[in-house]
Design a protein. Sequence first.
Length: 76
Amino acid sequence: MTINYVCKHCRTELGSLQSQVLDLEQIDWQLLSDKEKQQLMAYHQDQTITFQVICEYCQQLLEQNPQYHELDYFIQ
Ligand SMILES: [Zn+2]
């Protein structure tokens, strides 16, 4: 399968990898609730999986502007 990582804020593609196994430790998967998992991971019919993560740029913005955590799409 192909796993694509996409920033959930700015939609930047952070990379993709071909994998037989899902390496979930990279994104602190075990810390998420079931609801969050459903929101963050999307299966596609063509055997790809999209993970919504946060890129370095947005992470920095969030750290500098904690109030943005309330908004899903603060970058236009
Ligand atoms: Zn981003």
